[in-house]
Design a protein around this ligand. Sequence first.
Ligand code: FO1
Length: 330
Amino acid sequence: MNDTRRGEARGHVVALCGGIGGAKLALGLSHAVPGEQLVIAVNTGDDFEHLGLHISPDIDTVVYTLAGIVNTESGWGRAEESWCFMEALAMLGGEAWFRLGDKDLATHVERTRRLRAGESLSTVTAGIRKRLGVKACVLPMSDDPVRTTVETGEGVLPFQHYFVRRRCEPEVRAVFYAGADAARLQPDIAHALASPHLWAVILCPSNPYLSLGPMLAIPGMREALTRSAAPVIAVTPLVGGQAVKGPMAKIMNELGIDRTPASIAGFYDGLIDGFILDRADAASASDMDLPIVIEQTVMVTLEDRIALANACLSFADRLAGDGSRKERVA
Ligand code: FO1
């Protein structure tokens, strides 16, 4: 049976996803799970208002990646981009620290226009991803604002000010998800997680503290995961004690968290049925009290992304088949 037919037979898959690392696995999953049977719940804690525009960096990273138009060098923004707007803005002394390419700018302008006309972020995202030819169902984690905020040695910083403007240099003391308590889980995500036709839930290799933390802080999300009919599998974002990209290892040091796969699995404690470790960390498997699969999690080529996606789905099949999921839910 090929992977597509397997997808039709086994129902849908929900992937919880942040930006660059998550988008790579989401792309692999889109080759294994047909069309809207793949539901990608995306972090919006990184969203912010900038230059009067609503920017949703992780949604755009996922949509551009699945549309095949992402800048593969940076992992964000569009390929074959031009920067006339940024250059002109900088010449005027405007705020040029957050780089918006000309084509990318069109996404933010159109998103902002539709939001101001009263559409929800979910509807706007659906419109944009369909126009760009993305078949998978890409959804913001919530239509309500949740804003990741970082308490640092330099004071409290909004996420993009910490991440881009200050290049993750300030020491992190705590991370907050402002607005999460009052946010409503996006209804189609809640519906997909509650469906009896769910095949698997995948926690993509995104930064747990910055990217998946905001999603898990939304009321009802943890319960939706623990009650879901399908196995929940997390893929480690840590390889040999290092992040593939981004500040995760630095943040773990600053927060006093051991840079081990066990720490990541601990962050997801009670939520996951299985954990995928990188080959570099095979020796850590014995430290963990849950089913483990060891894989190559560093995704360089498209084939790597598809192979990891298929490994996640096979792991879900195995966990569903051996009854360990049922045991945990009971
Ligand atoms: N990341 C940067 O490091 N510098 C930038 O100037 C920058 C601009 C940018 C514009 C649009 C967009 O969708 C993403 C952008 N990113 C930029 C990436 C983004 O800040 C982060 O990758 C995510 O928020 C973390 O997942």
